[in-house]
Design a binder for this molecule. Structure first.
Ligand code: FEO
Ligand code: CA
Ligand code: CA
Ligand code: CA
Length: 749
């Protein structure tokens, strides 16, 4: 999901927009003036491959092979060390560029749309904003693709709903009625005959039906993987089990005891340990026993995130329904969903549609991005997961019992009982795990730790008034000392016994982790194990703060030591003896790649997100560069990069794909022969919805060539998207693509 709070640090100068009626003509004229080109020349330049998102110019492909690169990297919108151009050629090539509303892949590769929003799938449809992808082979020529549908982008969703679903929703009426009531409402409190009720329920239901998880059967044909409906097709959405209780999700682990409590401080949804639906499904992971783990991330958009000391949730009235055409939030409110039942890891078995999905509470409740699974015979099962928020933590789960056979389906039981730990990083490259359990001492970082870097302290800990749900911020060392005097251990913050007490800690994992001194990190996104080395790879998408959390500036530094660096990192973490089942184990960590422009010390990408590691250890990485307009900064459209594991280009980021306008590429995964890379194209046209011919913006940037020479770039950027149809005026639709070599060989030959 894009980070709405991200600050862009670049030299963008937007040209003043002209009035709407003149925009198309005036912008085009302005462009022609500025570029000193005729309209035909601009179109011709795009067709001829002068646009930066094209494959490398003629001659570069052979040069790339000579340089030991597995493909000819795309040329992005900014100069890169890997672009093969000298300084003069960089200044010339990058002086005028145009972003394209296409999924662009290197010469010799092709991409095909496999599935898109609205396609029939199981009991429903292929949902909106597809994210994580997991491939489960069935037999040589068939497979199941499990897909997360993360969230709704209101502009393109509203713009396309009628065409995709064949019926219109009462968006305008709902907006109008809500605006008369301040824009939001507690839907549960509406009278049965309130005119707002019907349109609100219609829109909220449709939105929750468009998120969740899907399983789609696909088949390998001579021209590549194609959709092939089959008996495993399945759809779980945000309301699964609402009308058919037998389809409700199950919960396992200590927090189920909290859900079953008769007496509680907060809200009771009446469902016991059952759960309605899943949403905010971001990335995930696969287990060696054939199941898929789906990570619920930004659930706070739709349900109440803070909890009481006993782990119960405040009333859904605390997160009212909201819709104004730009924001669609509080979707859990009309259905009375309890916030503490979301923010978990969900396990589903794509090959067994009859088996209910399970939320495993032993893994903790936080804004889970993804899950990495280490399963070795004779050792405990170990899972890693990051909490994607400013100041979110890195977690490790270690099962109580050991794995006997990694492929045994009974291993799901190992997710029910174990210990959850959080990482404490030290600046010297060491670190240790702190267990979240009642007897763990409360010792949050000192606020002065941040002040040493001239940053405000943002340390959210469980509220010291334990009758209140949620957090308070520690602002001074005196605050911290007083807090520790009052609460010596987690048991004093979360009173109770047995699973009820541990469950409350796990439900409030983020705040409990901050309280015990876990390191606040720089928005961890994917966690992925390197099959060659066993290292855990972690993408940290951005340093900085959003007022509710702040990355530790002693750990997350920019290339020149900056204490707040917004472009992200890739880290390798070596866990010492994770299989020995030792509490408080140690690890080593090091940053292996840093985002940012080359002239500021970065490697040319920005805001790393999902990862996939192939069998040879090559690391594939996608970016999530998003703000108000996802294409409105120096890094351009979101992209996919390859870090080769070996050869002369080892460790060098090579640009493999760029996405269409205002999208994010997510969910990279491979087929068994590693001849196909599946990618999700999430939220094309997120900011401006449907692109209309002539709607574009000219952006100006100050760039630096490889010799340090500064030069100006004018960039033509379409507004909105028509992906995948490519036809002007056609709505954009999120979808999944299959990328392969035209000659059918493995991706990296
Ligand atoms: Fe849904 Fe952290 O990305
Ligand atoms: Ca992201
Ligand atoms: Ca993500
Ligand atoms: Ca991944």
């Amino acid at each position: 999901m894009p980070a709405w709070d991200r600050v862009d640090h670049n030299d963008t100068r937007r040209l003043v927009p002209t009035p709407e009626s003149e925009r198309c003509f005036s912008r085009r004229s302005l462009l022609i003036q500025l570029l000193g080109l005729s309209a035909a020349a601009i179109a011709g330049r795009a067709r001829a491959g002068g646009s930066p998102n094209h494959s490398a110019p003629l001659g570069l492909a052979s040069m790339n092979r000579a340089a030991g690169r597995p493909f000819a990297p795309l040329l992005g919108p900014i100069p890169l060390p890997s672009d093969g151009l000298n300084a003069a050629a960089q200044r010339s090539f990058y002086a005028r560029v145009m972003l394209r509303d296409q999924l662009v892949v290197p010469e010799g590769y092709r991409s095909d749309v496999l599935l898109q929003w609205g396609d029939p799938l199981g009991s429903g449809r292929f949902g909106f904003n597809n994210d994580y992808l997991a491939l489960t082979p069935l037999e040589p020529a068939r497979a199941l693709l499990t897909v997360n549908f993360e969230y709704i982008s209101p502009r393109p969703w509203c713009a396309g709903y009628k065409q995709v679903m064949g019926r219109q929703l009462p968006f305008d009426r709902l907006k109008e009625l809500l605006s008369g009531r301040g824009g939001s409402v507690d839907a549960l409190a509406l009278a049965a005959d309130d005119p707002l009720r019907q349109p609100l329920l219609e829109v909220a239901t449709a939105a929750l039906e468009d998120v969740g998880i899907g399983v789609a059967e696909i088949a390998l044909q001579p021209q590549g993987w194609r959709r092939h409906s089959g008996r495993f097709d399945r759809r779980l959405n945000g309301l699964t089990g609402l009308n058919r209780p037998q389809e409700q999700l199950r919960s396992s682990g200590p927090a189920a005891a909290v859900f079953l409590r008769r007496q509680r401080l907060g809200y009771d949804d009446g469902l016991g340990d059952r759960v309605i639906g899943t949403f905010a499904n971001c990335a995930g992971g696969q287990t060696p026993w054939g199941t898929v783990l789906s990570a619920e991330e930004n659930v706070q958009t739709h349900v109440v995130e803070p909890v009481h000391a006993d782990g119960s949730s405040p009333s859904p009235a605390r997160r009212p329904f909201q819709f104004d055409g730009e924001r669609l939030e509080g979707l859990g409110n009309p259905f009375g969903l309890a916030g503490n039942k979301y923010g978990w890891v969900v396990e589903i078995d794509p090959r067994r549609p009859e088996r209910p999905a399970v939320k495993h509470t032993a893994l903790g409740r936080f804004r889970h991005e993804a899950v990495a699974v280490r399963a070795r015979a004779g050792e405990p099962l170990v899972l890693y997961s990051g909490c994607d928020r400013h100041g979110g933590h890195l977690y490790r789960y270690v099962s109580e019992a050991v794995v006997r056979d990694p492929r045994d389906q009974a291993n799901s039981r190992l997710l029910e009982r174990g210990r959850l730990e959080v990482a404490r990083f030290q600046p010297d490259g060491s670190g240790r795990w702190i267990r979240l359990q009642p007897q763990t001492p409360v010792e949050p970082l000192l606020p002065s730790h941040f002040e040493a870097f001239e940053l405000p302290a943002v340390l959210p800990v469980p509220h010291s008034d334990r009758s209140q749900a949620g957090a308070e911020l520690l602002r001074s060392d005196a605050d911290q000392r007083a807090y520790r005097q009052r609460f010596g251990t987690l048991a004093e913050l979360y009173p109770g016994n047995g699973d009820e007490q541990l469950g409350a800690i796990l439900i409030d994992a983020h705040l409990a982790a901050t309280a015990v001194g876990a390191t606040p990190t720089a928005r961890p996104e994917d966690t992925e194990l390197d099959p060659r080395t066993g290292d855990l790879l972690i993408t940290f998408t951005a340093g900085g703060s959003d007022g509710e959390g702040q990355a530790d500036p002693a750990i997350f530094r920019g290339p020149a030591g900056e204490s707040s660096w917004p472009y992200g990192w890739l880290m390798r973490l070596q866990d010492e003896n994770p299989g020995q089942g030792k509490t408080g184990g140690a690890f080593r960590w090091r940053m292996v790649a840093t985002g940012g422009t080359p002239w500021e010390g970065g490697m040319g990408f920005a805001n790393p997100d999902n990862l996939a590691v192939d069998r040879a250890g090559n690391v594939w990485m996608v970016t999530d560069r998003a703000s108000v307009n996802g294409s409105a900064d120096v890094f351009g459209n979101n992209s996919c990069w390859l870090f080769p594991a070996a050869g002369p280009a080892a460790g060098e980021p090579l640009l493999f794909a760029t996405g269409p306008i205002e999208c994010e590429l997510t969910g990279p995964c491979f087929d068994p022969s590693e001849s196909t890379l599946f990618l999700s194209v999430q939220h094309p046209g997120e900011d401006n919805a449907t692109h209309q011919q002539g709607q574009e913006e000219i952006q100006a940037y100050s760039l630096v060539d490889r010799d340090g020479g500064r030069f100006e770039q004018l960039r033509q950027v379409p507004l909105g998207s028509n992906w995948p149809s490519g036809r002007s005026g056609q709505i954009p639709r999120p979808g999944v693509v299959a990328i392969r070599r035209i000659d059918g060989a493995p991706l990296l030959g």
